[in-house]
Design a protein around this ligand. Sequence first.
Ligand SMILES: Cc1ncc(COP(=O)(O)O)c(C=O)c1O
Length: 393
Amino acid sequence: MTKKEMGISSKCVHAGIDNYEFGPVVPPIYQTSTFKFESAEHGAKLFAGKEAGYIYTRMLNPTIEAMENAVAALEGGYKALGCGSGMAAINTALTALLSAGDHVVCSKAVYGPTSTLLNTVLNRFNIETTFVNASDIKQVQEAMKPNTKVVYIETPGNPTLEIADLEEVSKIAHKGGAKVVVDNTFMSPILQRPIELGVDVVVHSMTKFLNGHADVVAGIIIVKDDESYLSMRKVLNQLGGVIDPFNSFLVHRGLKTLALRMERHSESAMKVAEFLENHPKVDWVRFPGLKSHPQYEIGIKQHSAPGGMISFELKGGYEAGEKLMNSVELCALAVSLGGVETLIQHPASMTHASMGKEARESASITDGLVRLSVGIEDVDDIIKDIEDALKTV
Ligand SMILES: Cc1ncc(COP(=O)(O)O)c(C=O)c1O
């Protein structure tokens, strides 16, 4: 069986693993910044691209490349580029695809710093962005302009979990000559594979589910063809936001349990979401697995399971949310997501504070919204912890 033919759980374990000297079953950590050339001629050939090999770790490193190949295989992409953080991946991808005078269509429900990057950094280079509710395909269509070069989507969106139909978005973008970039952090390639739906570029904060153990900050870009790979690699090399070998090793180790973890995150989150939906102190719950989710049908088509992220609003708004967050014991009050531990946070004052109130309101990020990243603890313990904390509200 070739690695291409393997199922997704087998790919998690085996993708990116090669035959190494001495036969280790995991890739060795090449903790080196640079590589010796055999001769001056050899060095010149490597720099000229006439021979494959390693030159300098910012340009490529075997430990990093092994992890990149694993993620590319999971996403069904051609190749991947490891970055020092999710934001480095997003910035590199956008910088590679955009020039002054270009226009971006971006979903409103994106990670706060992504919208801040577009609004306060890339706008200084004459790149204009129109933010839309990407779950409403008409808004994507209407926002397209002759100079739209990128349609940037996060789905399910952060933190409101609205779902965009990636097949439909890709059709509209391609018709207008734009590329589609998708942040797949919330679902991981186990639950959603955007490239199979027509998307051109996938980005991840690997800090989250891909690594899964809350001990690494890292990102990645996955592309479909050699031309995009070479142009992205060039930009990454110049911007310099690369991942290091040790973090690559840790992420690659995390990938081995990704399928197992996503299954457990999804199963537990479903139970927690049902519990919250039936609780008298909860106003509403957003979770892709609940029939009450406005884009439930798109989720069913696009995801193989609902994932581990839940957003909910308590009756009593911000004050009630604050009380809940101060009362939980097993759930950690912390930003980030996708780790084995359950995390709870308040987007308006934390992850999405940088967007400003007006942009938050327009993206339906209410002051009382609480975001939960459901971990892999015993689900009864997670529910009991929230149940007890809700008694104080
Ligand atoms: C959906 C999403 N994309 C991107 C990022 C940025 O990733 P990083 O913190 O690794 O730079 C985050 C971080 O929370 C995120 O949640």
